[in-house]
Design a binder for this molecule. Structure first.
Ligand code: FUB
Length: 441
């Protein structure tokens, strides 16, 4: 055996032991708050995910949900927190709870965010930007048909006709007008047949269709992916040759897993790969009212049918690497421990409530031939602390330490910098926060 083959064999052994030499994202994709009901939207070179938000404090042992959040990523593993996209306060006719599963779509330079408000109907907000601010132009629900008016899913077909499907326990649709805030014709009810939506294993409902429809077209097949029953939900799908059916049941995509009694699909293709977003109860104190959005990469079968997709902690492979030589928002996170995010006085969000030992992991950072310095925009109402820059783990190689001093306020910002040594090639970068007992910066 020559040396080259020995090297290849050792490499193969390492790959067998540690898996392929690829960076994987970490599920759930958000760890700072509980998120649910993911609705991905590809726009430009990023994928945006709109989510509902389970409050920490659960009221009346039921869903406690007051706003909708937005996150985006260019590489499917590092997610930038854009904060609250909209809330119940944006609707004069909404109550104080019930901000359920949304979906956003862009058309003619505008963004339309369809927001179900439990027991109040489905509203539509409009913005010039994917981040908002969003406005309730109608000042009333777009759909207010029945107590089944939840879980809107919107799709614009190649001929320009847009469709809004929604509902639990029924499945309805309307044809939206080009303005996306009105519709023509009647509200149609989709016949829920076993051939269309699958045999249920109990007799609570006629088929396995439960809620959470996700409607789209791919290679001339129309897909209706949905949360199936009985509870605890799984994810399944049906297909059609037309946008309004008839539907043919496919199979279970994601079996019941993950500790939440609901699940909710969102499916997109992005940069040549296919992704299924869903939610589970994976964060500490997780449960049916404390859910977390996750994502898996999958490949359609050659006939367009879905494979089985299981929940993982590792998530999808990273698309490319992260360029550290451009400004990157601190709230761009693959994984974190201890920190929170909040609105920043300089726009967007900032990381805050940092305590000694907290960290942020940024996945797959490409340092190239070597980094020489690090800059951070910082604020501290106390005496600050340190940002330790470490490679590949919170205790990994220290490549630099940035001193943060008090700035006189949590939103009084200054730029600090430090030298960086030995950072070449691709590594996970850990920003490890060190200091006293107070909040640091
Ligand atoms: O998040 C509230 C409800 O739970 C959603 O509308 C359903 O899809 C289920 O996820």
């Amino acid at each position: 055996m020559n040396n080259k083959i020995l090297l290849i064999t050792i490499m193969e052994l390492l790959i067998m032991i540690f898996g392929v030499l690829t960076c994987f994202g970490d599920n759930p994709i958000v760890q700072t708050i509980y998120t649910a009901d993911p609705a991905p939207m590809v726009y430009g070179d990023r994928v945006y995910v709109y989510t509902s938000h389970d409050e920490d404090v659960i009221e009346d042992n039921f869903f406690t949900m007051k706003d909708w959040r937005c996150y985006s990523s260019a590489d499917m593993v590092n997610w930038t927190d854009h904060g609250m996209a909209a809330s119940l306060d944006d609707f004069s006719w909404a109550g104080t709870n019930g901000a359920w599963a949304p979906q956003c779509i862009s058309r003619n330079g505008k963004f339309y965010l369809y927001c179900p408000i439990h027991l109040n109907g489905i509203g539509v907000l409009v913005s010039d930007s994917p981040y908002g601010p969003f406005t309730d132009i109608l000042g009333k629900p777009l759909i207010n048909n029945s107590t089944a008016d939840i879980d809107p899913t919107v799709f614009i077909d190649d001929d320009g006709q847009a469709y809004l499907y929604w509902g639990n326990p029924n499945l309805y649709y309307v044809k939206l007008n080009e303005d996306m805030i009105s519709y023509s014709g009647n509200i149609e009810t989709v016949p829920l047949t076993v051939a269309g939506f699958g045999q249920r294993t109990d007799d609570d409902r006629p088929t396995s269709y439960e809620e959470g429809p996700w409607f789209y077209k791919r290679n001339n097949i129309y897909y209706m992916v949905f949360a199936g029953g009985p509870i605890s939900e799984h994810i399944a799908y049906s297909t059609s040759t037309g946008p309004t059916g008839p539907w043919t049941y496919g199979s279970v995509i994601m079996p019941t897993q993950g500790g939440s009694f609901t699940n909710h699909p969102g499916v997109v293709d992005f940069k040549g790969k296919s992704y299924l977003f869903y939610h589970n109860a994976a964060l500490p104190d997780g449960g049916g009212f404390h859910r977390s959005v996750c994502v898996e990469e999958f490949e359609y079968n050659s006939d367009g049918s879905f494979p089985t997709v299981n929940m993982t902690e590792s998530g999808p492979a990273q698309l490319g690497t992260l360029n550290p030589y451009v400004r990157t928002e601190a709230e761009t996170i693959c994984w974190e421990s201890g920190i929170e995010t909040e609105e920043c006085s300089e726009g967007g969000m900032n990381v805050g409530y940092i305590q000694n030992g907290d960290y942020i992991k940024v996945k797959g950072v490409n340092f190239g031939n070597g980094a020489e310095s690090f800059e951070a925009r910082v604020a501290s109402a106390t005496s600050g602390g340190y940002i330790e820059l470490r490679l590949d783990s919170p205790t990994g190689m220290l490549i630099g330490t940035c001193v943060v001093s008090g700035t006189g306020g949590w939103q009084l910002w200054t730029t600090e910098s430090c030298e960086v040594d030995s950072a070449t090639g691709v590594h996970d970068l850990y920003l490890k926060f060190v200091g006293g007992n107070d909040y640091l910066f």
